[in-house]
Design a protein around this ligand. Sequence first.
Ligand code: PGA
Length: 224
Amino acid sequence: MIIILNHKCHFNLEEFLDYQKRLESIVTPHQLVLCPSFLYLSVCSLPNFLLGAQNVSPYHCGAYTGEVSASQLKSMKVSYALVGHSERRNYFQEDEKQIKQKIVQCLENNITPVFCVGEANKEEARKKIGEQLEMIEDLEQKEKIVIAYEPVWAIGSGRVPTISEIEQIVLLIKKRFPNNPVIYGGSIHDENIYSLKSHLLDGYLLGGLSLNDQRLQRFLSQLS
Ligand code: PGA
């Protein structure tokens, strides 16, 4: 399974370095991916993790003040990048066009895009996710994309769908993209993972849980 840790905008440098030390001892058969703040990519040195980015520029290198391009990320040994996270869509007004450009930039630079999809209202899950998936349909290397199902209402809220609700959406995604790994994210914790396991899932995307190494260890031991 792929387990992605999204640190969001947490930790100052000292806190990050201290936390990183605590992650060193984690041993698991699963593929761990750490997405720290951009600032800490250069001080990340965990042999048990691959590196991920929380964001990527929709543009190639050039005159784009404040941006970080996929080729720059690649040169920092980044293997994965989150794209289309609901916090980027909502707080930074990222639209479909930008999200698609970001995915293309990742694919062209040999970075695996983790394309986040999810509904704001439970009732319109199938419709919304169907629409969001449309954008990757015509991409040549689309089978290299990891699709993350993240209901917007579940992120950071402590509310989670039932496993059968998750499985219904995963099946919908897999019917259209049978070769893509599909992971789930949104309020996953060490206490609820036992009821949120499914053979249909290829991994999890962790926000809050990624900030607590002891609970993370408990989560991982429940998975194996
Ligand atoms: P959460 O965040 O686990 O804190 O709900 C998940 C995410 O934002 O990807």
